[in-house]
Design a protein around this ligand. Sequence first.
Ligand SMILES: Cc1cc2nc3c(=O)[nH]c(=O)nc-3n(C[C@H](O)[C@H](O)[C@H](O)COP(=O)(O)OP(=O)(O)OC[C@H]3O[C@@H](n4cnc5c(N)ncnc54)[C@H](O)[C@@H]3O)c2cc1C
Length: 381
Amino acid sequence: MSRIVVAGAGPVGLTAALALARQGVAVTVLEAGDELAAESRASTFHPPTLEMLAELGVVDALLARGLIAPTFAYRDRAGHVATLDLSVLAQDTPYPYRVQCEQSKLTPILRAEVEAAGGVIRFGWPVAGVDQVADGVVVRAADGRTERGGWLIAADGAHSAVRRSLGVAFAGITYPERFLVASTDEDLPGLLDHLAEVNYVFDPVDWSVLLRTPDHWRVLLPTPDGTPDRDELDRLDGRLRQVADPGRPWQVAHASIYRVHQRVAERFQVGRVLLAGDAAHVNNPLGGLGMNSGIHDAMAYTRALVTGDGAVRLATTQRRRIALEYVQTVSHQNYQRLTATDPVARAAYLDEIRAIAADPVRARAHLLRACMIASLRPVPA
Ligand SMILES: Cc1cc2nc3c(=O)[nH]c(=O)nc-3n(C[C@H](O)[C@H](O)[C@H](O)COP(=O)(O)OP(=O)(O)OC[C@H]3O[C@@H](n4cnc5c(N)ncnc54)[C@H](O)[C@@H]3O)c2cc1C
C-alpha cells in the first residue's frame, strides 16, 4: 500500500500513524507546530481506548504516567450523592477503570513509537489544502511544499484546514457559557469528603467537575460568554472557595477558558481524505468523550485502510453515526443533567443514580454506555 499522509500530530493523528506503522504501512505526519502541543486538555482515558493503546503496545507507558481511577462520583452542592465502581465491567474489558492522564503525556509516547517504527513526522508543516489525483492525494502547504500519498487522514483539530479547504460543513451548536479549567495544587480530598478521581457536581448555576490528573487537581466551572477573561480570572478564587474553602486563597497553577461546541462534519470521507478526531466532530468535555472517540476513529480507519476501499467507506459512515448517535447525545445529556434547573427533575435523576450505584446489574449497564464500550461492540446481557 502506498504511503499514507496524516495531518496533525495530536493524539488522534499520532494514533493513526502508529496503527499504520504497526501494520507495515509507510506513513508521514505533517504537524503545523514546531513541537508537540503542550496543552493538557483531555485527561480521561476510557476502557476501550486503553484496549486499543494496548494493541499498539503503548498502554503500559501510559499507565506508568497516569492514575488508575477505579470509580467516579456524583455530587451536588450539599455533598456526595453516589459513587460508581467500574469493577462491575470486569467481564467486559481487561481495563475496568478509567486512566487519568493528560493527553500531552500520551503524545510523546506515541511520537517515539511512530519514529521507532519508521514513521516520519515533519514539524513546521501546516497543511493548507489537498488535491485528489488519480491514485491518491497531493497535500499542500501555503508556502508551496507538497507531500504525496495514497490517502490523507486529516486529524488537524477542530479548526481543520483540510475540512475547510474541502468545503465540508461543520454544523452544530456553541454552548452559551464558556468552560473555565483551573489546575490547582490544593489537596481536595483534605477539603471534601468522598472524592473519587473524577467527580461531577450537579447544580443549575455553579455546576462543576473536579478531577485529578497525575500533576494536579482540576476544577472545571461554567463561565459567562462575552466577559473579559481577566475579570473571570480575577473572580476565580471567590468561586473556588464556594467549591471548597481552605481558609486562604486557593493555589492555582494555571487556568484556561474554552468556548465549547457540539458539531459534526457533514461527511467524514471526501474521496481519499478521511476526517478524524476533532477535525470531524467536537463535543463538550463532560464525560471525557472527545479524544477517546477520535482515537477510536483512528483505529477504525487504519484497520479499514489495509482492508480495502469498501471497508473505508463503511468505517467512515459508522464513525459518523457513532459521533452523532452516541458521542453528541451522551455528552449533551451529561450537560443537561449536570445543569438541570428543575429541582424535581434533578432530585429524581440523583435518586436514580443512587439506585444504579447500589445495583451491580444496573451499574454495569450504565457504565457500559458511560465508558464507551457500548458505542463500539454489542454487549452481552
Ligand atoms: C478542557 C478540555 C478537557 C477535555 N477533556 C477530555 C477528556 O477528558 N477526554 C477526552 O476524550 N477528550 C477531552 N477533551 C477533548 C480533547 O482534548 C480533544 O478531543 C482532542 O485533543 C482531539 O485530538 P485531535 O488529535 O483530534 O486534535 P488536537 O489535539 O487538536 O490535535 C490537532 C493537531 O493538529 C495540528 N494542526 C492544526 N492545524 C494544522 C494544520 N493545518 N496542519 C498540520 N497540523 C495542524 C495541531 O498543532 C495539533 O498538534 C477535552 C477538551 C477540553 C478543551
